[in-house]
Ligand binder design. Structure first.
Ligand code: SAH
Length: 380
């Protein structure tokens, strides 16, 4: 075969990142679903019927929806149930209790999600964008730039897949229930606000219109897009907000989280505090511990002071916030590495001494590049 021929793809692959993902029932509210089915000449109850298959029975495959009459099946499947995520590869770690899936989207864009089962809960970490435009230098996803936003249904389908896997007992530990969702996969959720809020609404809507998850078990994690954080506080859905701070001072944060040059540490933390005040939900501050970069004792003191400067006027000014330290996970080409144990311990001690509750995150899946900041969706 000539070299020319060899380089031709064997299967036609549409170019990446063109056009919009097909509409799916998870993009729509219950009313919109009814409108679609009636416009197809179908009885209104079919909208609820397919929603119940999807959200209550966690059936993503139209072939499993056997009560759809043959006469209407094809048009309903075409209008409401296009395939959105095709599994390319699944990797397991932690004795099968952590599962990372690489998904191919309709336009060949690739994203990943990670399901983590704990004794008391099961959490799916979802992607909200293919790639990410925030360019944080320690995060693998940030290195490739943004490919495109995901649709509401593409986000929800990751959750429904995980909920189905749990319900069927496909995850080590037997049948169980998916309880938590974290927007900590690929992408910056607040940069894809409309689709993310739509997805959250489907997650909290009761069965059969949605998944019936508790808003407090949903974590939206952001680099700190201040106007969007303020908007999120007004939605009336008390999701948990996580702010990826990583440094208490602008000089270092400008480098670690480049969007900080647009909204400073002070503006960002203020928006987080407003969120806590308006929603009554404690905000989580994410802080990836990088050896000799952001893990000095003086930075722990400064972090506590910055956080305490907003909680004034109460006996417990630190009670609006919780700090979650994440041991840095290695990423290709990054010069940074995780903190020493003793520096980590001192950092925790100083925060707690100032009345800031602090935990060190148990990181799952680092051996399958499934941990925070390692999702790069390489195919191969
Ligand atoms: N864009 C959002 C959500 C995705 S990242 C955000 O930044 O919050 C989810 C969390 O993983 C964030 O707190 C992020 O800063 C952190 N993270 C990224 N790279 C990491 C790494 N290499 N090690 C540990 N945590 C990392």
């Amino acid at each position: 075969m000539s070299d020319n021929l060899k380089s031709l793809p064997l299967v036609f692959e549409p170019p990446r990142g063109r056009g919009k993902p097909p509409r799916h029932l998870a993009d729509l509210t219950a009313e919109e679903r009814t409108e679609v089915v009636t416009s197809l000449g179908e009885p209104a109850f079919r909208g609820k019927q397919v929603a119940a298959h999807y959200f209550s029975r966690l059936e993503r495959d139209p072939a499993g929806m056997t009560d759809l009459p043959a006469s209407s099946r094809d048009k309903i499947v075409e209008a409401l149930l296009p395939p959105l995520l095709t599994s390319v590869r699944t990797m397991e770690a932690d004795k099968g209790t952590t599962r990372k899936t690489l998904w191919r989207l309709f336009d060949n864009a690739l994203v990943e999600s990670v399901l983590m089962r704990y004794p008391d809960r099961a959490t799916i970490c979802v992607s909200s964008q293919a790639g990410c435009g925030m360019a944080c230098p320690f995060c693998a996803t940030g290195q490739g730039g943004l490919e495109r936003n995901m649709s509401t249904a593409e986000i929800v389908d990751q959750v429904v897949d995980a909920a189905g896997a749990m319900a069927r007992g496909d995850v080590a530990g037997g049948p169980g229930r998916l309880s938590n969702v974290v927007f900590m996969g690929m992408g910056e959720p607040m940069a894809n606000y409309k689709a993310v809020i739509g997805a959250v609404r489907r997650m909290v809507a009761p069965n059969p219109d949605g998944l019936g998850l508790s808003a407090r078990n949903i974590v939206v994690s952001t680099v700190g897009l201040v106007p969007r954080m303020k908007q999120l506080a007004t939605e009336g859905i008390p999701v948990t907000l996580a702010l990826s701070l990583h440094a208490p001072d602008d000089e270092l944060r400008n480098e670690l989280v480049p969007i900080n040059t647009r909204w400073s540490v002070n503006e960002t933390v203020e928006a987080a505090w407003e969120y806590a005040t308006l929603t009554g939900r404690r905000v989580s501050i994410e802080y990836a511990m990088m050896r000799d970069i952001n893990d000095q004792a003086w930075r722990a003191d400064l972090l506590a002071d910055v956080l305490l400067s907003f909680g004034g006027g109460t006996d417990r000014p630190g009670s609006w916030v919780h700090v979650n330290l994440i041991p840095l996970n290695p990423t290709p080409g990054s010069k940074w590495t995780a903190s020493r144990r003793e520096d980590e311990r001192e950092f925790v001690r100083r925060l707690e001494a100032k009345g800031i509750s602090t935990t060190v995150r148990d990181t799952r899946g680092s051996d399958i590049d499934g941990a925070c900041g390692q999702l790069a969706a390489a195919d191969g």
